[in-house]
Ligand binder design. Structure first.
Ligand code: G3I
Length: 392
């Protein structure tokens, strides 16, 4: 109808032009083609906003992990909610799962100290993750044993509420690690043993200072890190053991991480891999060079490299600012995803896993739509870009 109306209007206008002899270059045919082109463009852009029924989409698109199976396992962080609400996507697109919070000390340890706390460890949530993995043929990354966050404050104190000595904390840490890793022996193929102990790029010191671990072990931080890896190895000799950190591709922080890893390796510590978290942004950071150099640098230490917590938000800074991505943003995000996956594929001999930190945009810890499925479970430009990176 609209087209017919437009045609009529144009005919009138052209006739008017011809009468007036003023629009000699205005050929009716060219205008018609131009209009058709505009109409097509408008229709195409409208398609972007049409939501297909979820199940139709989920069944029709290729499985991400299967497309990537020649290169490395593709994984995703899941939680007690998403294994129910998003199991369709998880089952189809990811081979590996990581529990987002369910295996952290805060979840497993009781809320307060008692001398028999080891008998009161709560594995309900963790066990559910393992059961889900078993029932759906997934492999599991364990996350996380030693971290300054999400560990109850009592863990660092004695029964009188006084700070533990390094020796007492070491003993507590070892018994905790052995209990957790031992429980899941043979069911978790890789553990993030120690997480985020190194200070940020801009800080002078090597170890972060806002960590109860580093405060208690000040000056000999490497000792508890070493002991953590040794305890995990003893509890499950087959599991791959990782150090995991964010900002791990920035040159200054990377140099600090590397010097810690070198020290561990020199001590003969059983460490298998480096987990680059990958909380990145598409407004520029990090550069291709930093990502690629990092994969090479960590691999040159003789370690496996995994991207353990990938998400690509809009802003490097202001990461908790709420953002709804525009169409242009979504394209930029897709380009960045494509760029990083091209790097991963190029270095697939060094990479043994890539895990997204969440399934759909609405269950990400960052409110900037940083994942590859939108809140309606539809694949975003980023999803298709990652398939395009395969170049087939
Ligand atoms: O479980 C409580 C709930 O009982 C309470 O009502 C609610 C109120 O805020 O909080 C819930 O706990 C939240 C928890 O996630 C579970 O949803 C915490 O507040 C919240 O801080 C916590 O955030 C997690 C964060 O780690 C903690 O630092 C995120 O979900 C999780 O994605 C994030 O994951 C970390 C990795 O472990 C390590 N690398 C960085 C990454 C992103 O921060």
């Amino acid at each position: 109808m609209t087209i017919i109306k437009l045609e009529k209007t144009l005919k009138i206008n052209t006739a008017y032009c011809q009468q007036k002899n003023g629009c000699k270059n205005l050929s009716w045919k060219r205008i018609k083609y131009f209009l058709l082109f505009v109409f097509l463009l408008l229709s195409l852009s409208a398609c972007d906003f049409i939501q297909k029924p979820d199940y139709e989409t989920i069944e029709a698109i290729p499985s991400l992990w299967k497309e990537y199976k020649e290169h490395f396992p593709i994984g995703v962080a899941v939680n007690a909610t998403t294994i129910n609400t998003h199991s369709d996507l998880i089952e189809k697109h990811f081979l590996s799962i990581t529990a987002e919070n369910e295996m952290k000390p805060q979840t497993i340890l009781p809320g307060y100290y008692t001398s028999d706390y080891l008998d009161r460890l709560n594995f309900t949530q963790g066990d559910r993750m393992i059961k889900y993995a078993r029932e759906n043929d997934k492999i599991v990354r364990g996350h996380v044993l030693v971290w300054h966050e999400q560990t109850p404050e009592w863990f660092f104190k004695d029964e009188k509420g006084e700070e533990l000595s390094p020796e007492a904390l070491l003993e507590r840490m070892e018994e905790y690690i052995k209990a957790v890793v031992g429980r899941y022996k043979g069911q978790i193929y890789a553990w993030d043993v120690v997480n985020e102990v190194i200070s940020d790029d801009s800080d002078e010191e090597t170890y972060r200072t806002n960590s109860r671990w580093n405060q208690i072990f000040k000056g000999r931080e490497i000792d508890y890190i070493e002991a953590a890896f040794r305890a995990a190895k003893e509890a499950d000799p087959e599991a791959k053991l990782f150090y995991n950190d964010y900002g791990a591709v920035s040159p200054k922080k990377r140099a600090k991480i590397i010097s810690m890893l070198e020290e561990l390796i020199a001590r003969g510590v059983p460490i298998d891999g480096m987990g680059i978290q990958g909380h990145w942004a598409f407004d520029g950071w990090p550069s291709k060079k930093d990502i690629e150099d990092s994969i090479i640098d960590y691999s040159n230490l003789g370690l496996d490299v995994q991207i353990t917590e990938l998400d690509i938000r809009k802003h490097t800074g202001e990461m908790f600012k709420d953002v709804t991505l525009s169409k242009a943003d979504k394209k930029k995000q897709a380009e960045k995803y494509k760029e990083v996956f091209e790097i991963f594929i190029k270095h697939r001999d060094k990479i043994s896993g890539v895990t997204f930190w969440g399934v759909t945009d609405d269950n990400s810890w960052i409110p900037q739509e940083p994942l590859i499925f939108d809140r309606n479970k539809n694949p975003k430009h980023a999803f298709w870009a990652i398939l395009e990176a395969l170049g087939e």
